[in-house]
Design a protein around this ligand. Structure first.
Ligand SMILES: *[C@@H]1O[C@H](CO)[C@@H](O)[C@H](O)[C@H]1NC(C)=O
Ligand SMILES: *[C@@H]1O[C@H](CO)[C@@H](O)[C@H](O)[C@H]1NC(C)=O
Ligand SMILES: *[C@@H]1O[C@H](CO)[C@@H](O)[C@H](O)[C@H]1NC(C)=O
Ligand SMILES: *[C@@H]1O[C@H](CO)[C@@H](O)[C@H](O)[C@H]1NC(C)=O
Length: 251
């Protein structure tokens, strides 16, 4: 029978051989900042600018009934044919008790690429904590430091922004106060009366004793204490670059 089939295979090949296959996207991964969970990717090699992408996600352990190795992939409607290279899945991946996957494939001129899947994504431990906001004011030799946040990214369905500390009750702040005259850094919340006529730079980051989480520190905020007996104007407040130097216009 193979001798009968062979000629027809030769005839059919030119019609059914796939056209140049669509290259799948590359570097498909989750990025997460204050629980804003976004799947990102790069276009495959030589992907034309007309390429669209299709995104699906799955909850770890959520398997098809009757076929336990078959994960249930769910479509993200907003990312069913997107031209960009990212898709916000914050709402779909908002449950911090779950772990997730996403997968992406390319579509060009009705041809589809293979799926490319992310590593397992654990929003709770994979997110990066952004810098808290600082408000530093000084009066004479007293400094007032107010720290707030970071706040959880507000996804489409969330009513209001929640502080990250609501989901991570073990979160603390690492507050650093740098004396630019003595060049001493103090991480203690208790500060003695400050030195006169001295610039102090304050920065803060979210902090965990376990050291398990990625955090980003705030830009330092610098204040200068009064010159001595003459009272300085209350609430002197300066903005600094990441190295503690005041940018031009603030000296
Ligand atoms: C949020 O995600 C859920 C699935 O977890 C989905 O049913 C719902 O439609 C999504 N809401 C929005 C606004 O996308
Ligand atoms: C910073 O704190 C001072 C004094 O506590 C307050 O008057 C000021 O409004 C605060 N600024 C911001 C931006 O919150
Ligand atoms: C707190 O932040 C300071 C300044 O960034 C850093 O030098 C110090 O190591 C941090 N402390 C802890 C316990 O992480
Ligand atoms: C940090 O502050 C504490 C409490 O005020 C003080 O005992 C300590 O000497 C300070 N350390 C430095 C390096 O300034």
């Amino acid at each position: 029978s193979s001798s009968i089939l062979r000629p027809s295979v030769i005839v059919l090949l030119p019609f059914f051989a796939p056209l140049a296959a669509v290259n799948p996207p590359r570097d498909v991964r989750f990025s997460s900042y204050n629980l804003r969970n976004v799947v990102e990717w790069s276009p495959g090699p030589e992907a034309p600018s007309s390429t669209l992408y299709i995104v699906e996600y799955a909850i770890y352990g959520d398997e098809e009934e009757g076929s336990p190795d078959q994960v249930v992939w769910r479509a993200k409607r907003k990312c069913a044919r997107v031209a960009g290279t990212r898709c916000d899945l914050s709402n779909e991946t908002r449950d911090l008790e779950e772990k997730y996957y996403a997968r992406v494939r390319a579509e060009d001129r009705r041809e589809l690429s293979e799926w490319v899947q992310t590593d397992r994504f654990d929003p709770r431990s994979d997110t990066t904590f952004g810098p808290p906001t600082l408000n530093v004011t000084v009066k004479d030799r007293n400094m007032m430091i107010a720290v707030q946040g970071p706040g959880r990214w507000k996804s489409e369905n969330a009513k209001r922004e929640q502080p990250m500390s609501k989901y991570y009750p073990q979160m603390r702040y690492n507050l650093s106060v740098y004396n630019s005259r003595t060049k001493q850094l103090n991480n203690s919340m208790e500060l003695n009366l400050l030195d006169f006529d001295t610039r102090y730079c304050v920065s803060v980051s979210a902090f965990f004793l376990s050291g398990l989480y990625k955090t980003q520190g705030s830009q330092p905020q610098c204040v200068t204490t009064s010159k001595g007996k003459a009272a300085a104007p209350a609430g002197t407040q300066l903005v600094c670059d990441p190295y503690g130097r005041a940018p031009s216009g603030y000296t």
